[in-house]
Design a protein around this ligand. Structure first.
Ligand code: UDP
Length: 330
């Protein structure tokens, strides 16, 4: 059988790097692409020696040229944490609009199937709970998260348009909070923030009163769901996430118990438009893909903690700073 060739944008990011590993293991020829704004080359360096992996340092908002055939394109390039949207709002908008347009054009030229990384953020601060794919969302376009949420919504719309108008094979995954090794310590997300604080002996910063909820999915489960969706024939959005919901305050307590530290919890201002609740309804993924998560939070957190513990003191010292006054970070 001819070797499949797959382009993965955002290859050096948290999810991109895990996807590169997965498709290298599947025996595909993997072309990783990243401009390394938020991605880290260390995440994929171990793949460089492999014959079936190559890396392009390229900004996908510029014309993309890939020689040879392509069977699949996974568009995972994008800043993906609130602190990153504040730091680089214009790039966030561009990668979700110009970047996907280039990917879809490339897919047409190569007759490739495209899967795009969408997000539970398209549901905004949801008024329906849990969120199923038929819910249209409650997004503030001009708030701090608007640059990400609206880019991702546009991305879904243009992907459906290429599917409907050009007959392109497309897949849309709506990714809920995901965690695991290689999350960036300075991306401001709850999990790396809490683990980093515990390992550095700092107070744990819970935003608001911590009653807001999230549902955390271990990265290996997510990758399996994405793979099943890519291989399916389903073009409409599918939620992939772990429905096990927890308040952020309880999550902080779990991290303190996990790290065996004795950190104090301190409460900080809740960032603007921070969703109050989030939990995926995964009925569609179960029915269409036969998928559901298999790694529970206790196990996933153990594996993730092992990764963070292995980092050097210099790496551990990187941290994020919210600016609660301005919602602009330069
Ligand atoms: N959060 C927190 N302390 C932190 C970082 C985040 O309490 O140091 C909260 C944040 O306000 C949100 C939740 O944890 O309510 C999850 O945040 P994350 O950035 O991980 O994901 P998202 O808000 O995009 O779901």
């Amino acid at each position: 059988m001819e070797q499949k060739r797959i382009l993965i944008t955002g290859a050096a990011g948290f999810l991109g790097s895990h996807l590169c590993e997965r498709y290298v293991k599947e025996g595909f020829h993997v072309i990783g692409m990243d401009n390394l704004i938020t991605g880290r080359i260390e995440n994929i360096e171990h793949l460089f020696k492999l014959e079936n992996f190559e890396f392009y340092n390229h900004d996908v908002t510029k014309f993309i040229h890939v020689p040879g055939k392509l069977d699949y394109i996974l568009h995972f390039a994008s800043p993906a944490s609130p602190i990153d949207y504040l730091k680089i709002p214009i790039q966030t908008l561009k990668v979700g609009s110009l970047g996907i347009h280039n990917c879809l054009g490339l897919a047409r030229a190569k007759n490739a199937r495209v899967l795009i990384a969408s997000t539970s953020e398209i549901y905004g601060d949801p008024l329906v709970h849990p969120q199923n794919e038929d819910y249209w969302g409650n997004v503030n376009p001009v708030g701090p998260r608007g640059v990400y949420d609206e880019a991702k919504r546009f991305q879904e719309a243009i992907t459906m348009a290429y599917h409907n108008f050009h007959g392109l094979e497309t897949r849309i995954v709506r990714i809920f909070n995901t965690y695991g090794p290689r999350m960036r310590l300075n991306d401001g997300r709850a999990l790396p923030a809490f683990i980093g604080q515990a390992l550095r002996g700092e107070d744990i910063t819970v935003f608001g009163d911590g009653s807001q909820t999230r549902s955390f999915c271990y990265v290996d489960d997510l990758v399996e769901g994405i793979h099943r969706l890519l291989m399916s024939d389903y073009a409409y959005p599918v939620n992939i996430g772990n429905p096990s919901e927890i308040s952020i305050l309880d999550f902080a307590k779990e991290i303190i118990a996990l790290t065996g530290t004795d950190q104090k919890i301190v409460f900080k201002e809740l960032p603007k438009d921070d969703p109050k609740q989030r939990q995926p309804d995964i009925t569609r993924a179960k029915e269409i893909l036969g998928w559901e998560p298999t790694v529970d939070r206790a196990e996933g957190l153990k594996r993730t903690y092992a990764y963070f513990k292995s980092l050097s003191p210099e790496e551990l010292s990187t941290t994020a700073h919210y600016n609660f006054d301005k919602y602009i970070i330069r």
